[in-house]
Design a protein around this ligand. Structure first.
Ligand code: NAD
Length: 485
C-alpha cells in the first residue's frame, strides 16, 4: 500500500478513523493499491461539527479583508505545489497529467475569485426618510457542508472551499470515497496558509456520512455535486431538515453541428469534449446532433478520435464497474442498429493491464430512444444522432431531462443566437466544446442537472453562502443640538 490509511481532518489535526468498514482505494491507472479508507460514522461527524462550531465564533467575526489573506497565501501554495497535486490527482482519479494540471490551475482561478470577495460583498444603504437609513450586509451562515464527487478530486472541492470560508463560514467536506487522497493535501495547504484550526474539516466516508450531514442539526447549509439520483436524495433530505441546499446533478450534453461549421476546429472540439478526463466531466459532450449533411465533419471526428491513445493521451475511467457500464452502453447501441465508427471496447494498455480504460468511441446512427442517447454514459463516447433541421435537433436536446450544457458549431450568427435562446441548458457554447463559464461568471445547469436556487461558483455563490442582515436606524441630526451634553 503506497499511502497511510486515510484519516479525517478535524480541528487542524489528522485523526484516525475507527471503523470496521474499510474500502480499498486502487489507482485506475494501473490497479496499484494506494490506500485504504475506513468509513466514518455519525459520531465522527459530531466531533467535526463541534470543532467547526467552536471555530465559527472567532472566524465569523474576523473581518473579510483579513479572512481573504489566507486565500492569497493558499493561492501561492497551490502554485508552488501544482505539479505535486496534479500527480496525486492523476494517480487517484486516472486522468492524464495534463488534465490534472489544468484542474489545479482552475483551483487557482477559483481562489483568485475568493480573494476579490471584499469588493463584491459590499452592502447597500439608503436614507429612506429624514434621518432613517436602511442598510444591508451579508452575514455567514455558520457550519456548512460540501459533498463532492470523484471526477475532480481538487476542483469541485475548490468550487466551495474558498468562497464559503472567505465569506465567514466553517466547513465540513465529505470527499468522494473513490478519491480520498488529494483533499488531505488541500487541508495541509490551507493550514499552512494560516487558516485557523476547525474552520476546515474533512469527514471521509460514504452514503452514511452524507445522510448524517443532511440530518445534522448543527449544519446550516449543504452543497452537493454528484449524480442526479443522489442530488435529488440529498436535496430532499437536507431541505426536509430545513437546511439551505444546492445540489448539482448529472448531465447529458448535446453538441449541435451544422453543415457550415468549420470542419477541423469542430472535429477537434467535439473529440476533446467527449474524451477529456475520459468523458468523466459533467460538461462532456455526450451526444452530437448532426443537422443535415455533416459526414465530412464526422470523418474528421473519427480521425481525431483515433489519434487518442488510452493510457497516454486518454486517461482511465474510475473503476472496473464504470468500464463495464460504458462498454455495455456501446454493445447495446450496436445491437439496436447503431454503427460503431471508432470502437473503444476491450482496449489493452501495455504495462497497465490492471488499469481501467475505455478507448475513444464514435457511434453513428444512434436514435433518440436508445439508452446511450438518453442517459449519462460518463465515458469517452460520442453518440451521433442525425437530424434534418435545427428545430428537430433542438427538440431532442430540449426533451432530455438534464440541462447542464449545450453547444452549437456553425458559422452562422443567427443560427448560433437561435440555439442560445432555445437550448434548455444552463450553460451554452458557440463553437466551444466545453462551455464552462470562467470566474466571476457562475457555474450551474438547469432542469435535473441542478436542484436549488443560484449557482455554485462566481457571484451567484455569494447568495448561497450568506444571509442578509437588514438594519433600519434613525438618528436625529438637527441643527442647534448641544452635542456635548
Ligand atoms: P455520486 O452521486 O455517486 O457521488 C457523489 C457523492 O455522493 C459522493 O461523495 C458519494 O459518497 C455520495 N453518495 C453516493 N451514493 C450515495 C447514496 N446512495 N446516498 C448518499 N450519498 C451517496 O457521483 P460520482 O460518481 O462521484 O460523480 C459523477 C457524477 O457527478 C456524474 O453524474 C456527474 O455528471 C456528476 N457531476 C456533476 C457536476 C455538475 O456540476 N453538475 C460536476 C461534477 C460531477
Amino acid at each position: 500500500m503506497k499511502y497511510e490509511p486515510i484519516k479525517n481532518f478535524i480541528n487542524g489535526e489528522f485523526i484516525t478513523i475507527e471503523s470496521q468498514r474499510i474500502l480499498d482505494i486502487t489507482s485506475p491507472v494501473d490497479g496499484t493499491l494506494l490506500t485504504e479508507l475506513p468509513c466514518s460514522s455519525a459520531v465522527d461527524l459530531d466531533i467535526a461539527v463541534l470543532s467547526a462550531q467552536k471555530a465559527f465564533t472567532t472566524w465569523s467575526k474576523t473581518r473579510i479583508k483579513e479572512r481573504v489573506q489566507v486565500f492569497f497565501r493558499y493561492k501561492a501554495l497551490l502554485e508552488k505545489h501544482l505539479h505535486e497535486l496534479a500527480a496525486m490527482g492523476s494517480e487517484e482519479n486516472g486522468k492524464t497529467i495534463v488534465e490534472s494540471i489544468a484542474e489545479i490551475e482552475k483551483c487557482i482561478e477559483l481562489t483568485e475569485f475568493a480573494c476579490s470577495l471584499p469588493q463584491l460583498i459590499t452592502g447597500e444603504i439608503l436614507e429612506v426618510s429624514k434621518g432613517v437609513e436602511c442598510r444591508t450586509e451579508k452575514a455567514p451562515l455558520g457550519v456548512v457542508a460540501s459533498i463532492v464527487p470523484f471526477n475532480f478530486p481538487t476542483m469541485v472541492p475548490n468550487w466551495t472551499i474558498p468562497n464559503a470560508i472567505a465569506l465567514g463560514n466553517c466547513m465540513i467536506i465529505k470527499p468522494s470515497e473513490k478519491v480520498p487522497l488529494s483533499i488531505g493535501r488541500i487541508a495541509q495547504l490551507l493550514k499552512e496558509a494560516g487558516l485557523p484550526d476547525g474552520v476546515f474539516n474533512i469527514v471521509h466516508g460514504d452514503a452514511e456520512i452524507v445522510n448524517a450531514i443532511c440530518d445534522h442539526p448543527g449544519i446550516e447549509a449543504v452543497s452537493f455535486v454528484g449524480s442526479t439520483k443522489i442530488a435529488q436524495h440529498v436535496y430532499r433530505r437536507a431541505t426536509q431538515n430545513l437546511k439551505r441546499c444546492l445540489a448539482l446533478g448529472g448531465a447529458k450534453n448535446h453538441l449541435l453541428v451544422l453543415p457550415d461549421a468549420t470542419p477541423d476546429m469542430t472535429a477537434q472540439n467535439v473529440t476533446a469534449s467527449m474524451s477529456g478526463c475520459a468523458g468523466q466531466r459533467c460538461m462532456a459532450a455526450s451526444a452530437m446532433l448532426g443537422v443535415g449533411p455533416v459526414d465530412h465533419i464526422i470523418d474528421k471526428i473519427c480521425i481525431e478520435a483515433r489519434k487518442l491513445v488510452a493510457g497516454d493521451t486518454l486517461g482511465a475511467v474510475i473503476n472496473k464497474a464504470s468500464q463495464e457500464r460504458i462498454e455495455r452502453y456501446i454493445t447495446e447501441a450496436e445491437a439496436q442498429g447503431a454503427k460503431i465508427l471508432v470502437d473503444g471496447r476491450n482496449v489493452k494498455v501495455p504495462g497497465k493491464e490492471n488499469g481501467t480504460y475505455v478507448g475513444p468511441t464514435v457511434i453513428d446512427y444512434v436514435t433518440p430512444d436508445m439508452a446511450i442517447a438518453r442517459e449519462e454514459v460518463f465515458g469517452p463516447v460520442i453518440s451521433i444522432i442525425r437530424t434534418n433541421t435545427l428545430d428537430e435537433a433542438l427538440a431532442i436536446e430540449n426533451a432530455n431531462p438534464y440541462g447542464n450544457a449545450a453547444s452549437v458549431f456553425t458559422q452562422n450568427g443567427g443560427a448560433a443566437r437561435y440555439v442560445i435562446e432555445k437550448a434548455s441548458a444552463g450553460m451554452v457554447g458557440v463553437n466551444i466544446g466545453v462551455p464552462v463559464p470562467r470566474e466571476p461568471f457562475s457555474f450551474g445547469g438547469w432542469n435535473e442537472s441542478k436542484f436549488g436556487v443560484g449557482d455554485i461558483t462566481g457571484k451567484s455563490s455569494i447568495e448561497f453562502w450568506t444571509k442578509l442582515k437588514k438594519s433600519t436606524t434613525k438618528w436625529n441630526a438637527e441643527a442647534g443640538v448641544n452635542w456635548m451634553s
